[in-house]
Design a protein around this ligand. Structure first.
Ligand code: NAP
Length: 277
């Protein structure tokens, strides 16, 4: 059994480490999710925009894992933010994922052309119908998040945002903690760029861990944070789960925290450029 810790919010119980699946498609996605489930992942993150829900669903169906032991998230594309489109597209996601429900449904990005109240009412309806267990948002600044929370009857459990040492999200995290939500950290390795950091490398040597493990440990040592690193080979998948047998000191966490618009922007740009290559 892999050691795992959980965060809890409004009845949701979420493994602190999940698998991100952006940029995994086709057989590579099927193989990666299958391996991940095999080595102990019980939290998978996908989205309508990733064009891989069918392969994620197939891997889950073929795995030796009970559906109720898995925390599965998908995200409504911003272009489906209108009431009817949320309902229709989520039902289509469920069909592709080959599952009667998702544990968490997020709106992927705010859509300035659709009132968030409309999106949230549709999500409430999906919860009433038992097709969605928890709801949330992604890439929402605080004022938008507050609006969404006011509009939804169902508690919003998370905001999924970029979160790594160069983007520590202090204010958003503080807000989530005060409001008893959790923060889902995407690109927690800063798309690999944080692994080169001198302090990360020094601590990796000191703890006999890999740079990825130091960066992910930094993230999950924050209260009410879960992370969804994307990895493709078995070695990386295993490594990213093995985070619960060491602890950084408070001053090491501080040393690694290097809020930098330049570095976080560069990490996102490098990711986009590698997509184009
Ligand atoms: P990430 O997880 O920070 O970084 C992924 C990169 O790190 C890949 O190149 C991966 O390479 C490498 N890597 C993973 N584990 C490693 C290890 N142990 N050692 C060395 N390298 C390692 O970046 P991300 O893919 O942008 O973010 C993760 C997930 O967050 C996405 O898959 C997606 O689910 C979610 N996300 C959400 C949004 C949103 O708008 N809500 C935006 C971006 C991402 P290999 O593949 O070769 O292992």
């Amino acid at each position: 059994m892999v050691e795992m810790e959980y965060v809890e919010a409004y009845g949701a119980r979420v493994p602190k480490v999940g698998l991100g699946t952006w940029q995994l498609t086709g057989e590579e996605c099927y193989e990666t999710v299958s391996t991940a489930l095999d080595v102990g992942y019980r939290h998978i993150d996908t989205a309508q925009l990733y064009d891989n829900e069918t392969e994620v669903g197939r891997a889950i169906a073929d795995a030796d894992v009970d559906r109720e032991d898995l925390f599965l998230t998908t995200k409504v594309s911003p272009r489906n933010a209108g009431y009817d489109d949320v309902i229709r597209s989520t039902k289509e996601s469920l069909e592709r994922l080959d599952t009667p429900y998702v544990d968490l449904l997020l709106l992927h990005w705010p859509n300035p052309l659709v009132s968030v109240g409309e999106t949230m009412r549709a999500m409430d309806r999906l919860v009433e119908q038992g097709l969605v267990y928890n709801i949330g948002v992604s890439n929402f600044p605080k004022v938008f998040l507050e609006r969404a929370r006011e509009a939804a009857e169902t508690p919003i459990v998370t905001n999924q945002v970029q979160f790594h040492p160069y983007k520590p999200q202090r204010r958003m995290l503080g807000y989530c903690q005060r409001e008893e939500m959790f923060l889902t950290g995407y690109s927690p390795l800063a798309r690999g760029t944080a692994l080169e950091d001198d302090d990360v490398q020094r601590l990796a040597e000191a703890y006999d861990k890999t740079p990825a493990q130091i960066v992910l440990r930094w993230a999950i040592q924050h209260r009410d944070v879960v992370v969804i690193p994307k990895a493709s080979g078995e070695a990386h998948l295993r490594e990213n789960l093995e985070l619960f047998d060491f602890k950084l000191t408070r001053s090491e966490v501080e040393e690694l925290t290097k809020s930098s618009l330049l570095r976080s922007g560069k990490a996102m740009l490098d990711g986009m450029l590698s997509e184009l290559r």
